[in-house]
Design a protein. Structure first.
Length: 400
């Protein structure tokens, strides 16, 4: 391979690859265009510029790295990205790498497109993202006058990993097989169904303009000259259509609700018509009379509940201590007769509560009292959790 003696930016550990087969290839400047049996892609705004993994040119030249191959991987992408962050200008696509030879041949080096973003996809390689093609390049690509790309990058002479991307060119002389070739700008054409004009612009049908106007999506003819603008318009149209669909769905439900309401109104009208305007007053009472009757019933019920509570406690005197009468009476009034009855019914009957506990016997001090508890009274005291003495005192107290 020939060498470029004037490449002062290169060091002993860094090489520069120019991936295009037709140019002379210096030891630090490889020329390898991508293409051959390429896989086409319809997205011209995303262009593959390096393959993934190890790669070599197919034109027989040697790669001046230790392993004899270049290597694109995550580590290489990290280096490319780091250098990208230090760059302010956009990357350029030119034609046939004329940028490298303009000083020698004196010819201009016009740009074919511009981009500023890179993306790495494991298993596929390095991509230029959001490429903004010029009108001339758009026509060349649509007419299949250019189909392949060729990257210029510096690389590590030891590992073969790319370090920094310089620029990319359109070319038709591939040195690698299997890359994704550039195809016609179908991303733009599929919206209109027409081919690009000689100036690279795509005419917008009046029907499409009308549709965008109805959707409220702003647009200009100038926006049709690049894919990014058309994609943005398409995204806005999708959002507008989704909003209209949501409104249509809500309108359908509202219509159902309105039909239901109208059916109910029709039924009420029919019922009213059946009376012919006359109302049988014998079937109705004034609201005030009804309210008064309800209040009176409630009062009578409360009085009946009070009487029932008192009677219930009298009927169950063998289950109630005298000291509990007030409490149980209030409980019955508050919680109701049924709750009080359930409480009393659950209690065991105490025979001693039905008769005088002293049986007419005198206590030693001359007062009527209980000298000793019977076996039944002792059992009752045990069930109530009282000592026999305390229970005897309670019986004596209640007997006074």
């Amino acid at each position: 391979m020939k060498t470029f003696q004037n490449k002062k930016l290169l060091t002993h550990s860094i090489g520069l690859a120019v991936l295009c087969a037709k140019h002379a290839t210096p030891s630090n400047l490889a020329v390898l265009t991508f293409g051959g049996g390429a896989i086409a892609t319809n997205d011209t705004s995303r262009v593959q510029i390096l393959p993934d993994g190890y790669f070599v040119p197919t034109d027989g030249r040697d790669v001046d790295v230790e392993g004899g191959q270049w290597l694109m991987d995550e580590q290489a992408f990290a280096s490319l990205t780091a250098n990208l962050s230090q760059r302010k200008n956009d990357f350029m696509f030119d034609y046939e790498h004329q940028t490298l030879y303009t000083e020698k041949n004196g010819k201009p080096a016009p740009a074919a497109g511009w981009f500023k973003k890179l993306d790495y996809v494991p298993g596929e390689g390095l991509f230029a993202v959001d490429v903004d093609w010029t009108q001339t390049a758009t026509k060349h690509i649509n007419d299949k006058e250019y189909r392949y790309t060729s990257a210029v990058f510096s690389y590590d002479l030891k590992t073969g990993r790319p370090i920094e991307l310089m620029h990319v060119a359109l070319t038709n002389e591939p040195a690698l097989d299997g890359m994704k070739a550039i195809t016609a700008l179908k991303t733009q054409n599929h919206l209109t169904g027409k081919n690009a004009t000689s100036t690279g612009e795509i005419p917008m049908p009046e029907a499409l303009k009308l549709m965008l106007d109805l959707l409220g999506v702003a647009h200009t003819d100038d926006e049709l000259s690049n894919v990014a603008a058309l994609t943005a318009i398409q995204d806005k149209a999708k959002v507008a259509i989704a909003a209209l669909k949501s409104k249509a769905d809500k309108a359908g439900q509202l219509e159902k609700d309105l039909n239901t309401a109208q059916t109910s109104v029709t039924a009420l009208k029919a019922q009213t018509a059946a009376y012919n305007g006359d109302v049988d007053l014998s079937q109705f009472v004034p609201k005030a009379t009804y309210d008064a009757a309800i209040t009176q019933v409630a009062a009578l019920k409360a009085q009946g509940d009070n009487n029932s509570v008192e009677q219930l406690l009298k009927d169950n005197a063998d289950k109630v201590f005298e000291s509990e009468i007030d409490y149980l009476t209030d409980f019955g009034k508050q919680q109701g007769f049924a709750a009080l009855k359930a409480m009393v019914d659950s209690r065991p009957a105490i025979a001693a509560l039905k008769k005088t506990q002293t049986q007419g016997k005198e206590k030693p001090d001359g007062k009527t009292g209980v000298a000793a508890l019977t076996a039944e009274q002792k059992y009752t005291a045990d069930q109530l959790g009282l000592s026999h003495d305390d229970y005897a005192k309670q019986i004596t107290q209640e007997a006074k």
